[in-house]
Design a protein around this ligand. Sequence first.
Ligand code: DX5
Ligand code: ZN
Length: 221
Amino acid sequence: MNMMKIAPSILACDFAALGAEVAAMHNAGADLIHVDVMDGHFVPNISLGLPVVASLRKATDAVLDVHLMISDPLTYAPQFCDKGADIVVFHAESDSEPQAVIDAIRAKGKKCGISIKPKTPADVVFPYLDQLDMVLVMTVEPGFGGQKFMEDMCPKIEAVRRECDRRGLSTDIEVDGGIDLKTIGKTVRAGANVFVAGSALFGKPDYAAAVRDLRAAAQRS
Ligand code: DX5
Ligand code: ZN
């Protein structure tokens, strides 16, 4: 059984107070800090980039889970590694050749994951599964926080978990988008163990209570 991990997405935080926000979430018991990088090309939104990850790295020893929603991860993934990302997750639908991006991240000694958008089938990641620390199954269309959880992604989560089990792999399966107290259980039962949440955590007044309640909801499922 994989360890359950709660990964608050800073996309929903107060960026003017980024250091304090991340420190507060880390102290609140978050396992990873999820950093959404958007280039205005792969997705129709722009969020943050390399200098922000560099500053975060100086400010916290939390594990930085960097989710690259960008068209050219082959160029930029190694740069995010250099800036201090711990895990770099790129999209299978990007313009880069997945094996080349995996090799580039590995060459930097960092953990590596592939993410798939809602319309992308599970088997797209299967050729790379043995080399991945994590598979990120998007449960909304990437680009924006605060969207509605797509329950029809659950069979895809199950398919990835089944294939990992079949190969004896303990790969983390991360879900991202619309995860909250109501939806998290469905993803747990489907086989997910890393839970990204933006609005459901940074949107709450008491971060420790929010992390604790979300973790409890996952563990109950
Ligand atoms: C969406 C991002 C998510 C987003 C999740 O493209 O990848 O990480 O911040 O936000 P919520 O939890 O509000 O759906
Ligand atoms: Zn994300």
